[in-house]
Ligand binder design. Sequence first.
Ligand SMILES: Cc1ncc(COP(=O)(O)O)c(C=O)c1O
Length: 374
Amino acid sequence: MVEAKHRDTWIEISKRDVQKNVQLIREKTHASTIFFTVKANAYGYGLLQMAKACAEADVEGFACGALDEGLLLRENGYKQLVLMLGITPAKYAKLMAENDIISTVSSVEWLLDAHEYLLANGTTSKLKVSLAADTGMGRIGFTNRTCLENAINFLLKHQNSFEYLGINTHFSEADSVETDYFHMQLARWHKLTDGLPMPPLVHVANSGAAIYHTNHVPTDTLRIGTGILGMEPSEGTVMPDDYLAPVISLHSRLTFVKHLPAGEGISYAHEYTTQTDEWIGTLPIGYGDGWLNAMTGFQVLVGGEWAEIVGKIAMDQMMIRMPHEFPVGEKVTLIGTQGTHTITLSNASKHAKLPPWEFTSGFQDRIHRVLVVV
Ligand SMILES: Cc1ncc(COP(=O)(O)O)c(C=O)c1O
């Protein structure tokens, strides 16, 4: 997709706030290895921009959803650890090995296949492996201790081809006030892994587990998304949602301004009609950017004053009703601060009736992302 650099709609990513969140998590957990989850364009924040901000905040690794995300990081010169979170087809074993990408593995069969691919392709690089244990997420991973042990033995026996670098699990409910399921998963983790040969990276904690269950889980290695992105994992239910620094803001500029009499229809299907004489501004952002149609009625900021989004949101444009005239080019803030008012990401995602990470994951690549120092 084209990144629209010549359009006045952009996301600002604050390096200072990324650093603050990394520091907060580091101080709380004393982790020596933090993987930042860059998957899905870093939850829509911007993969390369967030990678840069995290690298500057001394994050040790990146966790990916698709192999191409890891390859993109390598192409851009990142030397940090790169971990695949899901299962990558065994036929890419060589590609992963040669790009020093850690493969997450859930079966001995996968290892057998990958071994054949590595031998057939005559690769000299070892494939780093993290073994996944499914303790109740029900997604990927070993559920049987004997199979897990067989996988470990296979890795240890074939050290010319593999490096047994990690073992992991993923909690399905680490961010809830209800902790029974979390503790059930933790008990299964111990039952599955206690006494087995452990690799250097034992990583079980996402943001919720790292922040709320610091004393229950190993925290030397973490996989963190929401926490570094400044989104409170429980949306304020387990802890107040103000201790993380908000990392992004979203802005646009007026492209067109008009004064309309009462009774004029605005946008498709003219679902909104001006009530009186009104100043209507047009902005170059729409549902094609991931700014969903559900955002109609949401209040944005122009010149430090509130302005409501009126009418249907179109693919590339939307209209706002302004308290008075503003010039073309005036900055409008959709998420962030103007003057004494702030629109939080959570204000916006609640309007769309989505969790913040689901809302931002929909932000399209075409929104220009800018890294700022503060
Ligand atoms: C396996 C795995 N680990 C870690 C994370 C990061 O989770 P969070 O954003 O809650 O920190 C995810 C995200 O979904 C994940 O799937």
